[in-house]
Ligand binder design. Structure first.
Ligand code: SPM
Length: 280
């Protein structure tokens, strides 16, 4: 069989993975979901034909999205994950003994069900009694839950269609409003080479909301250009998390050197964020 999955998220760039087998495919009221078994990258989740995770390289994304804010906050107890229905971020959050409750606010129940069935490498985090799954729109949930969460992780798709709102100024305002005073959030914040204007706009928004916003990134070869970035949003500096002990369990991407280096930005991009700082 010579079957390839091709993602064309940007009109000028495409990614192709060789597929061994289609494990699941369905159209839900929200999106097209596929789970593929691929060469080298192993099991892969795509939503609307965009790669969300692969068995081989998801650790860069999930560990960095999770641990940078979790380590910056003192003893995080209540955590909210926006999206994250595949369970990869949840698995990382549950490593913290201080966590008493993790709320996952995911719109599409089928993402949870299919991921649970096909991604045993996430270790079935759904069976942990600390987890509360809420199937609903995150906007409405945030509006009703101000000041509730020590850490919020926005583990979303790209800003297309229904997910576009999760990259809006209003979403960031609601998210910050739902944090406890010493809390921190991190969001999926796109690709520094391809999405610089969007990231500049989000950085500008974050600067108005908190004292210590910062952009950082991780290597994820199955994503376009091989990198993905995150916006750290907090009144507590990310450096608070440096030199803290990691939670029980094994990191496969994060170590103390990577933690610091993830915030060292290539010069063209550092200048792009500096422009934002100088303009406001
Ligand atoms: N839990 C995994 C969900 C991953 N969500 C982010 C996927 C981003 C994929 N596209 C990256 C392209 C950057 N514009």
């Amino acid at each position: 069989m010579n079957l390839w999955f091709t993602e064309i998220l940007y009109g000028f760039f495409q990614t192709s993975l060789r597929v061994r087998r289609v494990l699941a495919e369905e159209k839900t009221p929200y999106q097209h979901i596929a789970i593929l078994d691929t060469d080298f990258f192993g099991r892969v989740l795509t939503l609307d034909n965009v790669i969300q995770l692969s068995e081989r390289d998801n650790m860069g994304y999930h560990e960095m999205l999770t641990h940078v804010p979790m380590l910056a906050v003192e003893n995080p107890r209540r955590v909210l994950i926006v999206g994250g229905g595949d369970g990869g971020t949840l698995q990382q959050v549950l490593r913290y003994p201080s966590v008493e409750e993790v709320v996952i606010c995911e719109l599409d129940r089928r993402v949870v069900e299919l991921s649970r069935e096909h991604f045993p490498f996430f270790g079935d985090p759904w069976s942990d009694p600390r987890v509360r799954l809420i199937i609903r729109d995150a906007f409405a949930f945030l509006q009703e839950n101000p000041g509730q969460f020590d850490v919020i992780l926005s583990d979303t798709t790209d800003p297309i269609g229904m997910a576009e709102r999760l990259f809006s100024d209003e979403f960031y305002r609601l998210m910050v409003n739902s944090l406890t005073p010493g809390g921190a959030a991190a969001t999926q914040c796109e690709q520094m080479f391809f999405d610089v204007n969007l990231i500049q706009r989000i950085y500008q928004t974050a600067r108005k909301l908190v004292r210590h916003p910062a952009y950082y990134y991780a290597h994820v070869p199955s994503y376009p250009g091989g990198v993905i970035g995150f916006m750290y949003v907090s009144n507590v500096p990310w450096t608070n998390g440096l030199d803290k002990p990691y939670p029980p369990g094994e990191n496969r991407y994060l170590n103390p050197q990577i933690h610091r280096a993830a915030f060292a930005l290539p010069e063209f991009f550092r200048r792009a964020l500096e422009e934002v700082e100088q303009a406001s």
